[in-house]
Design a protein around this ligand. Sequence first.
Ligand SMILES: [Zn+2]
Length: 301
Amino acid sequence: MSRKKHKGLFVSILLATIFMVAFGGTFFLFSEQSKKQSAQNLTVVTSFYPMYIAAMNICDGVEGVTLENLSEPQTGCLHDYQLTPEDMKLLSTADVFIVNGGGIEEFLTDVAKAYPELVIVDASQDIEISEDNAHVWMSVESHIRQVQNIAAGLAAVDAQNAHGYTHNAEHYCSHLQELAEEEATLKQELSGQSVVLFQEAYAYLAEDLGLTVAYVLDLDEERQVSAGEVSAVMKAIRQQEVSVVFADDVYAKEMSAMVEDETDAVSVCIDTLVRGTYDKNSYLTQMQQNIDAIREAYGVN
Ligand SMILES: [Zn+2]
């Protein structure tokens, strides 16, 4: 090889290297930029557990979404809940805030005032809510609509991932639909039956199952039950031939024991689905357990 050829080869390698570095660099920049655009970070915050589980399913696998929940209140439900400094800090970083609505989040007006840019998605939009009882997620039918509302809300904010949210919501709703169908079958078996509720949240489930609610005693941590209320519960059970009472295993413990002692009714523990593992199937699992427990309590095979 002559010197001239050597020099030529050197020049071409040099040029090729320069070209590669320059082009490669540009290419790298481009790909970084497009990555940033497609993985635009969307911070979604949910107000409490049932909203978080719904959002977990809807955002599953969608790129660039950070999902967070407000700090969990001790009681699970949000009644009289005060936002903590951590909650406010979290909300200051949020793009979207998903709430149950219907008055459950009493702090909502303050949040909207403090963060006017924050998009608030009301899961219960266009869903009929009983007066002073917004435990909408306890109805499977209504929860399906909540999931659809949340997905629509997210798709509106993050159009690029709209398909992902919609697809996930459809998939999740198909599982919820199976539960709703099971409820519909059970409803036929329970026709004419009545129930006493020791939490107002159960009213939505009772409604799904076509049960006649004979009496509601809304028990919580602050609730003192009067002697008059105790006798009203017992009277309702006897007069309306109630065979089953829906109760939780914390606040309704005493009342449940009293009912089982003094009447022929049985108490069945029903989960209000406001706490549990942060597993995306937890609503499905917990509601299935509720349905199974109710079926057993009424002696339906
Ligand atoms: Zn509640």
